[in-house]
Design a protein around this ligand. Structure first.
Ligand SMILES: NC(=O)c1ccc[n+]([C@@H]2O[C@H](COP(=O)([O-])OP(=O)(O)OC[C@H]3O[C@@H](n4cnc5c(N)ncnc54)[C@H](OP(=O)(O)O)[C@@H]3O)[C@@H](O)[C@H]2O)c1
Length: 375
């Protein structure tokens, strides 16, 4: 009999994954959907063909009805809470849990034990790829666990939600999470290096555009995509981040913890975390996107204060003009000409500077009407 699927977690990743599951999964039964915020389940269900999804009101209700349960949730605490509801809700013997969140390997190890105690199968399968890849069914799955359980997951991976897999069959589930955390340090380091490089380009007068051309020509792919998000400022305008600062700090923290446990120093992750703190302070950890590391680098480079520094310089020059203008009947003309010239130059520069000001270093304005938002 065709298995009944339940999906728990309809955030940035979960929504795209379910869409592909429904469209390409050859499912005989509607996918059960559970999300803490019910509206997200309703919005997704309304976009998918009728009868292909069914919303459930609790984790317990969904787990009771399902054979295979997918979860993709923010962090370890949320995953633990959802699993304790899932496992406490009734008989889970023979059911398969597929846990796709990025969490600490130790948390995964505990979930494996809890699932086994209830007689359930467990596969850890974190995923590589941004929300756009989830939407396009192009994720890379990293399934780990008993071969037989991984085989139960496979019909929903290649050609459905993913483009490939890096499997750890019959290996501890924690291995998948370790790979995921190592992989995410690559992504986070890349974003911080881009942010620093583009800031350097501005400060040295090279300009961001040539550096973007270099990045596109030499690296492309994720580098170019993040470069676009930085230079266009889209990450600042989004109401929902694509990769939140909170989730990224969680990943960097887990990676540093894992590294420490094996005597490796992850210095870059600490730098990334510092940048992400700035993004969090500025936009909120659940609202700020990791591309905001560019804004953090710019802020650290003092670009924010240029207008004030410029003002102080012009005031100082005007004061000098006042005191050092040649005495005599033309002194007033000297003074007013010089001060007016300095003020005019400053105003011209100020207007040009403000027109180019990068949005991240200004407060979020979700109340700005669409027609006034410029690209
Ligand atoms: N974004 C990426 O680029 C990316 C890529 C690969 C892997 N990941 C990993 O995938 C996971 C999900 O990422 P995402 O970007 O989809 O995150 P997200 O958009 O923030 O979604 C988080 C999900 O967790 C749910 N949730 C949060 N707090 C909860 C709580 N206290 N109780 C119950 N549910 C709760 C949210 O429900 P509500 O809708 O009610 O808030 C939502 O369904 C994370 O572990 C992340 O590290 C992300």
């Amino acid at each position: 009999m065709a298995p009944q699927l339940l999906w728990i977690g309809l955030g940035n990743m979960g929504r795209g994954m379910v869409k592909n599951l429904v469209e390409k999964g050859n499912l005989e039964k509607p996918v059960l959907l559970y999300n803490r915020t019910r509206k997200r389940s309703e919005d997704l269900a309304s976009k998918l063909p009728e009868g292909k999804t069914e919303i459930v009101d609790s984790v317990e209700e969904g787990v009771k009805k399902a054979d295979i349960i997918f979860t993709i949730l923010s962090n370890d605490a949320v995953v633990r809470t959802v699993f304790s509801s899932a496992l406490a809700g009734g008989d889970v013997a023979g059911k398969l849990f597929v846990e796709c969140s990025t969490i600490h390997p130790d948390t995964t190890a505990q979930l494996v034990r809890d699932a086994a105690a209830g007689g359930a199968q467990f596969v850890a399968s974190p995923v590589f790829g941004a929300p756009a890849a989830a939407e396009a069914g192009q994720l890379i799955f990293v399934p780990a666990g008993p071969r037989e359980a991984v085989e139960r997951l496979r019909p929903y991976v290649r050609g459905v939600m993913g483009k490939g897999e890096i499997a750890f069959e019959d290996e501890p589930c924690e291995k998948a999470l370790k790979l995921k955390l190592i992989g995410n340090t690559f992504v986070l380091n890349m974003v911080s290096v881009l942010g620093e490089g583009l800031t350097m380009a501005e400060k040295t007068g090279v300009g961001a555009a040539p550096v973007k051309q270099f990045v596109d020509g030499l690296f492309g792919g994720h580098y170019s995509a993040y470069g676009d998000r930085m230079l266009s400022g889209t990450y600042w305008k989004m109401e929902e981040p694509l990769f939140s600062a909170d989730n990224a700090r969680k990943d960097a923290g887990h990676a540093m913890d894992l590294a420490k446990s094996v005597g490796v120093e992850l210095r870059h992750a600490a730098v990334v975390d510092d940048y992400l703190k700035v993004v969090t302070d500025h936009a909120g950890g659940d609202k700020g996107d990791i591309a905001g590391m560019y804004g953090a680098a710019r802020k650290n480079a003092g670009l924010k204060y240029s207008v004030f520094v410029g003002l102080v310089v012009v005031v100082a020059m005007s004061a000098a003009a006042w005191f050092f203008s040649p005495k005599g009947e033309n002194q007033t003309t000297w003074r007013s000409s010089l001060i007016l010239a300095f003020a005019s130059c400053y105003l011209m520069w100020f207007v040009t500077f403000m027109a180019q000001l990068h949005p991240l270093i200004e407060p979020r304005r979700s109340d700005v009407r669409e027609q006034f938002v410029t690209e």
